[in-house]
Design a protein around this ligand. Sequence first.
Ligand code: MN
Length: 197
Amino acid sequence: MIQLPALPYGEGDLAPHIYAETLSFHYGKHHKAYVDNTNKLIEGTDLANASLEDIVRAAAGKPEKKGLFNNAAQVWNHNFYWQSLSPKGGGQPTGRLMDLINAAFGDFAKFKEELAKASVTQFGSGWAWLVLVDGKLRIEQTSNAETPITDPAKKPLLTIDVWEHAYYVDFRNRRPDYVNAVIDRLLNWDFAARNLG
Ligand code: MN
């Protein structure tokens, strides 16, 4: 049995970028439904007491476990997304994380441009990620529920949800405006630095 973790802030705390109505549906309905569906699918199976990460990895790439993968991976991705945002977010990272960004992308402005481009150009539903691979930072896109944690070589640092349910209430079809608001005002660089370890 897996749990819906508490939001790390109040539903209204990401305003005026993402408002409480979005959080109420995105966390309270979408994310909760992924948790409930996962629990229904693992009940009475050998994954009933497994960790969320183990459930995602056990179901990945198995056509007969596609429904379980989609729900469990979406739970993991949303757990990670809420922590990737902060009411006190935005700005720039410091220290080793900033050094790695400069090494991989040239400078912070170029990094922001690349992250925005990956977020905006992900066709349909999915995610944009900042991941560490072989000691280097990389920006990646995943579709639907796909997640970097199915590859043991990848350590995710931050993510942006680009499913329409993440921005349609606040931004309608303006995904680029949502993405820029997240990058400039909400990204939680302390969380990214902790993930870097
Ligand atoms: Mn979502």
